[in-house]
Design a protein around this ligand. Structure first.
Ligand code: NDP
Length: 515
């Protein structure tokens, strides 16, 4: 694995370096520089120097490099998957489906669509003072964008934000999570091979303080991670009036209505509850099932969960991987123990350690199904971010909607019901940035569709026009093509002229009030 070998500096972390572990085994696999504020300032200087030439390349010039990179990701997918797995512990399929396929799509999508979303827009105005003038809205790149990435999807989350920022003509500094910096370094190699000019894309490895230093240096900060750290980033950015966009945590509910296809609902709940070991901001985190189908739903989920294979094996041999962030095991355990103490029943799993091999080294938690749960339990109210699926019986859809909305978060949600018109009506009442009917999460793959959180789940959005315009300054342009003989600019004022103007405006705007 080239990326890993190249980033290993010494077997033991030197000063100003940090160790990267394989969470599935607990072994140290690399060391990376822990960059301080001075290094970040130097990188920012470099980024600003080269950005104007990158912007001047135009959409086509930039797209050529990004499209080359799309091919590079596919050509190197086995190497990239190996790097991703080594630092996250996820399964082959989780890396292939949710990282490689999204990443490759994103490079192509923004290369193709950046120009469409950022083209000058002609604006028509009813204002009398601008009659006959050309009015334009244009989107100019902000300059230097900082992206702070989390550890759960080191390719998808971080590059999902870097690529549109680059396509818009910005230079970018990416600060990956200290837990998973190797994927970013691997992709940086790829961008270099594909011809991105030196300094346009830089990776700043380091700890939390490196992220904080980055906030001070850039023209815009895109952050993905916990709500708590998102608030810190926003407070720091406020000191320099730096714009921020935040993709934060979630507690996504699934509602299963009485007329749902129970088999499909059970498959979806389990798949999107366990995807990436449950470490997905839009995971199914809690399920509310209407009474008539509750028993059937629980029986199906339980049977399917018992059959899940957990481990580190080759493609096609395991379904659920390890936890990525060591303290996450403690959070999951705390939620499960708290639920048990308050009366929940564990139908499957319920212990830390790897299923069927509890003494395996590394950071593991068994796929876990909980029932008899309620909103006194943290498993139903706090982001668990692990392989747990708590299922709650509800009287009717009103109770389901009320409980779904009983959360500080509002990222994603799903509703299952065969009467899709009715299910959609229920979906519209859920307070979330995105709601799927008879599916979950797949909206994320539609790069044309905005994805962003309501309530404490974030500010701004990814994907669609808003997902690239946020990396630009809106600039209004007004062009007066010719001067009329009677120039309306009227210094010095005369009483006659002022009186005429007064009459004119009261005629113009008074008309609307006559009825
Ligand atoms: P954080 O939100 O703390 O970390 C996200 C990123 O922010 C990392 O790159 C981190 O660096 C960086 N960072 C940390 N402190 C600062 C700071 N003061 N200023 C700027 N950047 C900073 O996530 P955690 O790893 O601590 O995970 C905590 C919880 O967040 C999880 O339990 C989970 O619930 C949630 N989470 C949500 C994600 C999502 O996709 N919405 C993704 C990951 C986690 P470093 O890693 O080096 O500390």
């Amino acid at each position: 694995m080239a990326a890993i070998e190249e980033t290993v500096h010494e077997p033991v972390a030197a000063k100003n370096e940090f160790a990267v572990e394989n969470p599935a085994t607990g072994e140290v696999i690399a060391h990376c520089p822990d960059l301080g504020a001075e290094a970040i300032a130097a990188m920012a200087k470099r980024g600003r120097e080269v950005q104007p030439a990158w912007e001047a390349l135009g959409f086509e010039g930039r797209a050529r490099i990004l499209k080359r990179m799309q091919k590079w990701v596919i050509d190197h997918q086995e190497e990239i998957i190996a790097v991703i797995r080594s630092e996250t512990g996820k399964t082959y399929e989780d890396a292939l489906i949710a990282e490689i396929s999204y990443g490759a799509a994103a490079f192509g999508f923004w290369a193709t669509n950046a120009e469409k979303y950022l083209a000058d827009e002609k604006v028509k105005s009813s204002a009398i003072l601008v009659k006959g003038k050309k009015l334009l809205l244009r989107y100019r790149p902000l300059g230097l964008v900082g992206v702070i990435g989390p550890w759960n999807y080191p390719l998808t989350n971080s590059f999902g934000d870097c690529v549109p920022a680059l396509a818009a003509g910005n230079a970018v500094i990416l600060k990956p999570s200290e837990i998973t910096p190797l994927t970013s370094l691997k992709l940086a190699e790829g961008l270099k091979e594909c011809g991105i000019p030196d300094g346009v894309f830089q990776v700043a490895t380091g700890l939390g303080a490196t992220g904080a230093a980055l906030v001070d240096q850039v023209d815009m900060i895109m952050f993905t991670g916990s709500t708590a750290t998102g608030k810190k980033v926003m407070a720091k950015a406020a000191e320099t009036l730096t714009p921020v966009s935040l993709e934060l945590g979630g507690k996504d509910p699934m509602i299963v209505l009485a007329d749902a296809d129970v088999e499909r609902a059970a498959n979806t709940a389990l798949y999107y509850g366990m995807l990436n070991g449950g470490q997905t901001c839009i995971s199914v985190e809690r399920v509310y099932v209407e009474e008539p189908v509750y028993d059937a739903f629980v029986a199906k989920v339980t049977e399917k969960a018992r059959a899940l294979r957990q481990g580190t094996g080759a493609a096609g041999s395991v379904d659920v991987g390890s936890m990525t962030f060591p303290p996450q095991v403690d959070i999951v355990e705390r939620h499960v123990e708290d639920a048990k103490a308050k009366g929940a029943t564990v139908l499957v799993g319920g212990s830390r350690g790897k299923k069927s091999d509890p003494t395996h080294p590394g950071y593991w938690y068994e796929p876990t199904i909980l029932v008899d749960v309620d909103h006194t339990m943290s498993a139903m109210t706090e982001e668990t971010f692990g392989p747990t699926l708590p299922i709650m019986k509800v009287r009717d859809e009103e109770e389901a909607i009320r409980l779904a909305n009983d959360s500080p978060y509002g990222l994603g949600a799903s509703v299952f019901g065969k009467d899709t018109k009715h299910a959609e009506a229920v979906a519209r009442r859920v307070e979330a940035g995105a709601v799927c009917v008879n599916d979950a999460l797949v909206n994320y793959s539609a790069l044309e569709l905005p994805m962003g959180g309501a309530k404490a789940s974030g500010l701004g959005s990814r994907h669609g026009a808003g997902g690239i315009r946020k990396y630009c300054q809106q600039q209004a342009i007004l062009v007066t093509r010719f001067a009329t003989k009677k120039d309306p600019h009227m210094y010095p004022y005369s009483a006659k002229m002022t009186a005429r103007l007064g009459k004119f405006f009261s005629f113009l705007y008074g008309r609307g009030n006559r009825d």
